[in-house]
Design a protein around this ligand. Sequence first.
Ligand code: MG
Ligand code: MG
Length: 255
Amino acid sequence: MIELKTPSAIEAMREAGRVVARALVAVREAAAVGASLADLDEVAHGVLRDTGAKSPFLNYLPSFAPTPFPAVTCASVNDVIVHGIPDGYRLRDGDLVSIDFGAELNGWTGDSAISFIVGSADPADVALIETAERALAAGIAAAVPGGRIGDVSAAIGSVIRAGGYGTPAGFGGHGIGRHMHEDPHVPNEGRAGRGLRLRAGLVIAIEPMLMAGGGHHYLVAPDGWALHTVDGSRAAHAEHTVAITEDGPRILTLP
Ligand code: MG
Ligand code: MG
């Protein structure tokens, strides 16, 4: 079922989105060489405590997962595409890190992800991240009343393909509101003019996932959560929660 949000609900989601943005800024600032992924998760946890928000990630148990998610961030390093469990791994110079984070405040949810490089950057990794951000921007630009979900998907997919990158089959964005994952699914590839008609009040998380080695295949880690590239190539992820409004797309997870 697709639930359209009222303007006051969108304002409430904006407040949840501010918490998400604040946590991602704090995590990025803390992500120095030598910091562990668990350290970064604790930084994000601190923002939840400071703001009184809850984590929609902690103990999340979707149908594909064997165990509840044990943290408030997904921390996906290098060849991990998404859903990495933050552990004791300590960041090394040149690591490509994706952090995905959600917050629930006053019953409404925000969801956003960033990718960045720790220390010295390989130009190929910079290009991968910049393309993920451009794919996200293209998807957001297509999120307008009267358009279709396929327009968003096609916009994302064309940027990914033009860069020569791949995206894991079946994974993409989603409706969001009182729950982190609501209808509709927002694929990262699709055909313009197809799919659900976009209306003001629809709020979606748009989240391109890019694999430097191309293709659509991925591997699932033994923990049942982390998605890895098959060839060990690096991956990047970018995400915002976006409200479709009569005035155009409104990003709810900006600082
Ligand atoms: Mg997310
Ligand atoms: Mg999401």
